[in-house]
Design a protein around this ligand. Structure first.
Ligand code: FES
Length: 125
C-alpha cells in the first residue's frame, strides 16, 4: 500500500525535467477529469474550463487506495479548485493536493502546460 503511494510525489514547475505530451486539448472533456498513464503512474488530468485552468494529480485516492480520482466531480470550495473522490466524497485541493477537511490525506500534484493545442504534464523522473 505505502509502496503504491510512494510512487506519487508532487512536482513543482521549477523541478520539471520532462514535459510529457498526453494529448490535445479536445481529448479532455471540459469541467471533468481523464486518466493518463506515465510509466507506472496513473495521473488524473482535469480540464477546468470554467476557469480556463488545467490541473493534474495522482489518480490514486489515498483513502482506500482506489484509482478513481479522474472520475471525481470537480468544483471549488471557498475559491479553492477541488476534486471530490467518487467513492466517499473526500475533497482534495487541485492546487496543492491537501485534503480540504484537514484530514491527514494528501495527493500529489503535477504541473500542466498547454502549448499549440497540446497538453503536457511535467514530471521530474
Ligand atoms: S476511496 Fe476516495 S474517498 Fe474513499
Amino acid at each position: 500500500m505505502q509502496e503504491l503511494l510512494d510512487k506519487y510525489k508532487s512536482v513543482a514547475v521549477e523541478n520539471v525535467t520532462e514535459w510529457f505530451k498526453v494529448g490535445v486539448i479536445t481529448d479532455f472533456p471540459e469541467n471533468s477529469g481523464a486518466c493518463i498513464k506515465h510509466k507506472t503512474k496513473q495521473i488524473a488530468v482535469y480540464n477546468f474550463a470554467r476557469t480556463g485552468k488545467w490541473y493534474a494529480t495522482q489518480n490514486l485516492c489515498p483513502h482506500k487506495m482506489e484509482m478513481v480520482l479522474s472520475l471525481g466531480m470537480i468544483g471549488d470550495k471557498e475559491g479553492i479548485p477541488k476534486v471530490a473522490c467518487p467513492m466517499h466524497k473526500k475533497n482534495f485541493s487541485l492546487e496543492d493536493g491537501s485534503n480540504l477537511a484537514g484530514e491527514n490525506l494528501k495527493i500529489a500534484t503535477y504541473p500542466v502546460k498547454i502549448s499549440d493545442g497540446n497538453v503536457y504534464i511535467g514530471f521530474s523522473e
